[in-house]
Design a protein around this ligand. Structure first.
Ligand code: NAD
Ligand code: ZN
Ligand code: ZN
Length: 346
């Protein structure tokens, strides 16, 4: 089969021919119908060779959709022919977090050598992939896999973050989304659907701001040195009740800390490696600001999102590429010229 592999640290990923994998006991093989391209892959591929976290070659893709094509011994809970998406943050399935569906926070996964597909285990940008357990599959029925596959990360990650901040996003509140890309544009749609908050988007080009407005942002502001003043002008002294930073560089975290209001949440999702620092004390308002770094989401949240997709309330923006064009999708991601999510259709 064909697969997109990251083979050499520092080189571009390559389309290669490898053996089609066979499902072992308890496993499921999918014929891939769609696979998403995430900026986290770009961060991984920019890591230095020393201490590189995963064995190479690595088949990329941690957003996967497919049709169950073969099952291993002992799998009888999902039938061949079922259309599914893959829940990516695989955990042990046994611990407290996993029992709550929060496999994204499984503390045992690393020690047991369990890695997400595309981030350690062979991923979804291939003609076939192996899923370690039917527990990690969510049936999607007749939903379009191309429009649905981004929900497994570009949807699930903002959904989880927004869920944590829901109590803050009451009538009259404001939410800010920094970075209206793959994750950020879904965040804007989810905020509009799930909350009455006014939504302000921040991004770096006029095209991105126009895109943010087109998916529901009430206001869109250039993310530059004047961004704090521009947002403060919109919110007045009250500031923003929840900021979702899908960039996470020092300048955007500084913006987030500059626009957050009393008891507001700064949710740092982007992997830009910045730091949030807070002055504590009577003269250091706003009080009760919380900075949090959520990671991906729970199995039950993915099921809820698929339910939302069935209701037709989300309109995911995708640009599609063939498997042979997958390296180009990563080039476009790196050059920041994509609109919404790049999806590979093998
Ligand atoms: P993307 O490239 O699709 O979107 C990034 C957006 O940020 C683009 O629209 C870009 O124009 C904008 N941007 C860049 N610099 C900016 C700045 N200084 N100010 C404002 N906007 C700016 O990326 P994506 O796939 O949506 O991923 C977003 C981030 O989230 C990445 O850092 C990714 O690694 C991370 N991520 C984290 C998790 C998690 O669980 N924490 C999960 C998935 C992705
Ligand atoms: Zn991702
Ligand atoms: Zn676990």
């Amino acid at each position: 089969m064909k697969a997109l592999q990251y083979r050499t640290v520092g080189a571009e990923p390559e389309v290669v021919e490898i053996d089609t994998p066979e499902p072992g006991p308890g496993q499921v093989r999918l014929k891939i119908t769609a696979a998403g391209v995430c900026h986290s892959d770009d961060f991984v591929m920019n890591m230095p060779a020393e201490g590189f976290p995963y064995p190479l070659p690595l088949t990329l893709g941690h957003e996967g959709a497919g049709t169950v094509d073969a099952v291993g011994d002992g799998v009888d809970e999902i039938a061949v022919g079922t259309n599914v998406v893959v829940y990516g943050p695989w955990g042990c399935g046994q611990c407290l977090q996993c029992a709550q569906g929060l496999e994204n926070y499984c503390p045992r996964a690393a020690e047991l050598g369990i890695f997400p597909p595309g981030l350690g285990a062979p991923g979804a940008i291939a003609e076939y992939m192996i899923v370690d357990s039917p527990r990690h599959l969510v049936p999607i029925g007749d939903l379009d896999p191309v429009a649905t596959v981004p929900l497994t990360d570009a949807g699930l990650t903002p959904y989880h973050a927004i869920t944590l901040s829901l109590p803050k996003l009451v009538a009259g509140s404001t939410a800010a989304v920094i970075g209206a890309g793959g994750l950020g544009h879904v965040a804007i749609e989810l905020l509009r659907h799930l909350t009455p908050a006014r939504v302000i988007a921040l991004d770096v080009t006029e095209e991105k701001l126009e895109f943010a407005r087109s998916v529901g942002a009430h206001e869109a502001v250039l993310s530059d040195a004047d961004a704090v003043d521009a947002v403060r002008k919109i919110t007045g002294s009250r500031g923003v009740q929840a900021v979702f930073d899908f960039v996470g560089y020092q300048p955007t975290i500084d913006t987030a800390m500059g626009i957050v209001g009393t008891a507001g949440d700064v949710m740092i999702v982007g992997l830009g490696d910045g730091q949030a620092t807070a002055k504590i004390g009577f003269f250091a308002q706003p009080f009760e600001v919380a900075a949090r770094a959520p990671y991906w989401g729970s199995r039950s949240e993915l099921i809820e999102l698929i339910d939302l997709a069935h209701e037709g309330v989300l309109d995911i923006a995708v640009e599609t590429f063939s498997l042979d064009e997958a390296p180009e999708a990563y080039r476009r991601l790196g050059a920041n010229t994509l609109t919404g999510r790049a999806v590979i259709v093998p």
